[in-house]
Design a protein around this ligand. Structure first.
Ligand code: T3D
Length: 263
């Protein structure tokens, strides 16, 4: 039997999803998309899951689409690909809409759709030796998986435009300095740091964090007035949650809160 292309490790309160095609720098096949979708849906369905880490096996994080599946035979005509509609776009939407934080632990090169899937995570920590490459222009493609939306908003139009048109790799330290990612850490600190963050989220007021994600996701296209209204509406939901009552009670009693999370 062939090895699974996605590995899932269950920890206390969170899951680690590992992209597992190390020999191809974890490039995506259709089968891998299907397995990843199942892993994300299973995490979402599990009320005990309060955070998710995504990382890659071997020396890479993800090299985007597996180009072996796109090589035309001599004389073969290109056919329209539905991979964005069928796989990449739903993946980005799924990641953004998970009702808990998603931590991208970028262990090595993140290229093409692999780079933009990393950026779609809520928090990205990268190993010092990792880099991010909008490699699409090297093969005549358009940056996808939300890259043309997220990258200019993260690092500004000038840098995003240059990176996408030149396909120049950005080392992790530079990515952190530019605000493309949260942190760059020593290689041997990547998993300890990402795990500690997930463990923190596993004890957090998860439904409140999900509301924060909703507010931030709406922010780039909302006016200030629209965003103020949204904050009001989301806060109305937040104050009704049991974790808010517990947070206030714990604060007044000077003790650590015991949040219920998703229950
Ligand atoms: O058609 C559609 O569905 C449209 C959707 C597109 C979405 C996309 O993601 S398009 C972008 C696809 N990805 C790329 O263009 C990146 C291709 N890879 C690279 O440019 C380089 O591999 C890296 C910069 C990522 C890393 O370079 P390096 O020198 O560290 O490693 P390497 O030697 O190039 O790669 C190691 C192996 O992985 C190698 O195989 P080998 O020679 O050892 O048998 C290489 O061929 C393989 N590999 C890396 N990336 C891919 C890949 N094999 C297939 N597809 C890949 N994307």
């Amino acid at each position: 039997m062939s090895e699974p292309t996605i590995l899932v490790t269950r920890e206390a309160g969170f899951r680690i999803v590992t992209l597992n095609r190390a020999e191809r720098l974890n490039a995506f096949t259709d089968a891998m998309h299907e397995e990843l979708r199942a892993a994300l849906d299973a995490a979402k369905a599990d009320e005990d899951c309060r955070a998710l880490m995504i990382t890659g096996a071997g020396r890479g994080f993800c090299a985007g689409q597996d180009l072996n599946d796109r090589l035309l035979k001599p004389g073969e005509k290109p056919v329209p690909r539905e991979s964005l509609e069928k796989y990449y776009n739903p993946l980005v939407r799924r990641l953004r809409r998970l009702p808990f934080p998603v931590v991208g632990a970028v262990n090595g090169v993140a290229a093409g759709a692999g780079a933009n899937i990393a950026l779609a995570c809520d928090i990205v920590i990268a190993a010092q030796s990792a880099n991010f490459t909008q490699s699409f222009a090297r093969i005549g493609l358009v940056p996808d998986s939300g890259g043309t939306y997220l990258l200019p908003r993260l690092i500004g139009e000038a840098r995003a435009r240059a990176l996408m048109l030149t396909a120049q790799p950005v080392p992790a330290a530079q990515a952190a300095e530019w605000g493309m990612i949260w942190r760059c850490v020593a290689d041997d600190q990547l998993m300890p740091e990402a795990t500690a963050l997930c463990a923190q989220f596993a004890a957090a007021p998860t439904q409140g964090l999900a509301l924060i994600k909703r507010a931030l996701d709406a922010s780039p296209t909302n006016s200030l007035d629209e965003q103020l209204d949204l904050e009001r509406d989301l806060q109305r939901e937040a104050v009704m949650l049991p974790d808010y009552a517990e947070g206030v009670r714990a604060f007044m009693e000077k003790r650590k809160p015991q949040f219920r999370g998703r229950k």
